[in-house]
Design a protein around this ligand. Structure first.
Ligand SMILES: Cc1cc2nc3c(=O)[nH]c(=O)nc-3n(C[C@H](O)[C@H](O)[C@H](O)COP(=O)(O)OP(=O)(O)OC[C@H]3O[C@@H](n4cnc5c(N)ncnc54)[C@H](O)[C@@H]3O)c2cc1C
Length: 379
């Protein structure tokens, strides 16, 4: 491939890169080369099958596809079918299990009550009304003002501390707008989203389908630098972080990362659900994933073995997961963006380059929009 000159070079094989590759090759008939620093396709949505249990899992954390964007839903359904999975999250405190986000069932079980929806809302309002006109300085104050001290201490405080590696009093209030709380028994995590599910053949199969066109080539274990040996005819589209691209000239952008510990169980079912939160500080992990629950339609769901994955939150800039979106990092990122905009025949996007958290549907939507602007330039 050494003399190969693609029309477009795409750096990164996550949703942002592969959706653009698919559009450029299938709609504009362009030659696309994707380079990927990892040894596999799919970015953080990659899924693989555990050889021992035959259970498919999401290597970088459980991914639930959910969207209300009709354009994205129609587009992605050309590359996969989805099952009927509906996501639910539970929270384990002192070995008792509660529903998340906090709903009527959580409130009634936690306070040992039997409230109707209206009574529960009144009960919570009584706990929070004294905070109505406060000016909040940190995460903790704001959270207590929305759900009261007891629920905050039990469900949010420890989880947040483990997730961000800082006491919630030291975190900015801007991390969230509203903590979700429901005064109904609805336990569908994405209750307002029109479509949701897990790809029937796993995420990796979507990526394989996206790059099926023979005009798309992919090279693994290749880390892009600005002096990369292959120069495309028109454009490079970069989906990696901007700080490493520009040699950290304005300093490192900070990310929270995750570590996973895998355990195989000789049990049909370990926890009865795909994701269980563990807010207590004495448990070092934040969640346990049990991926077989993502595919109740599969034969392996009935097997007498299960894979569980404990998730730990850590500070690690090698595998970026969640941007630490504080003022300092935002200022740094703006500088990188201005600098990257000056590079000729170069474009960038996706969660890493934008230093943002995007759900998959947002990433796909952004790539489809980017394609429309690129096609006007290079047609
Ligand atoms: C823990 C976690 C759980 C999530 N769960 C959900 C969920 O349930 N539902 C949902 O909708 N979304 C979820 N998301 C979001 C989802 O992962 C992202 O929307 C999606 O991965 C973004 O795709 P991307 O292409 O922008 O980035 P990525 O998937 O990160 O892809 C970027 C690719 O670029 C490669 N790369 C980077 N730098 C270079 C370089 N210099 N040279 C070569 N290659 C490079 C990387 O290796 C990577 O493969 C979750 C995210 C996290 C962190």
């Amino acid at each position: 491939m050494s003399n190969y000159k693609p029309d477009i070079l795409i750096v990164g094989s996550g949703f942002y890169g592969t959706v653009l590759a698919e559009r450029l090759a299938n709609v504009l008939n362009k030659k696309v080369l994707i380079i990927e620093r990892r040894k596999h396709i799919g970015g953080n949505c990659y899924s693989e099958t555990d050889k021992k249990t035959n259970i498919e899992y999401h290597k970088y954390g459980t991914h639930i596809f959910h969207t209300s964007n009709q354009k994205v839903w129609d587009y992605i359904n050309r590359f996969t079918e989805f099952n009927n999975y509906r996501h639910q999250v539970l929270s384990n405190i002192k070995n008792k299990v509660y529903q998340m986000p906090i709903n009527l069932e959580t409130i009634n079980t936690f306070f040992n009550k039997n409230f109707s929806p209206v009574e529960a809302e009144k009960f919570i309002n009584n706990k929070t009304k004294k905070f109505k006109n406060y000016k909040f300085k940190n995460f903790e104050d704001k959270a207590i003002s929305q759900i009261g001290k007891e629920l905050y201490n039990a469900f949010i405080k420890g989880y947040t501390q483990k997730q961000w590696g800082k006491k919630p009093k030291k975190l900015p209030e801007s991390i969230f707008n509203r903590l979700p709380i429901r005064f109904s028994y609805n336990e569908d995590y994405y209750q307002q989203t029109q479509y949701q599910g897990i790809p029937k053949n796993g995420y990796t199969s979507i990526f394989k389908n996206l790059i099926k066109n023979k005009n798309i080539k992919i090279k693994f274990n290749q880390s892009y630098k600005l002096n990369y040996k292959i120069k495309p005819k028109f454009l490079t589209i970069y989906t990696g972080p901007l700080d490493s691209l520009l040699n950290y000239k304005f300093g490192k952008l900070e990310w929270r990362s995750l570590k996973f510990k895998y355990e195989k169980k000789k049990l049909k079912d370990f926890q009865g659900t795909a994701v269980m939160n563990y807010p207590e500080l004495k448990k070092k992990y934040t969640r346990i994933h049990e991926p077989k629950h993502l595919h109740p339609e599969r034969e392996v769901f009935k097997s007498n073995a299960s894979l569980i994955i404990k998730e730990f939150s850590v500070l690690n800039d090698k595998e970026p997961y969640y941007p630490i979106n504080d003022e300092n990092n935002r200022i740094k990122h703006r500088k990188y963006k201005l600098e990257a905009n000056k590079i000729k025949n170069f474009d960038f996007g996706g969660r890493l380059a934008d230093y943002a958290y995007y759900d998959m549907d947002m990433t796909i939507s952004a790539a489809l929009k980017k394609f429309e602007t690129i096609r006007k330039k290079i047609k």
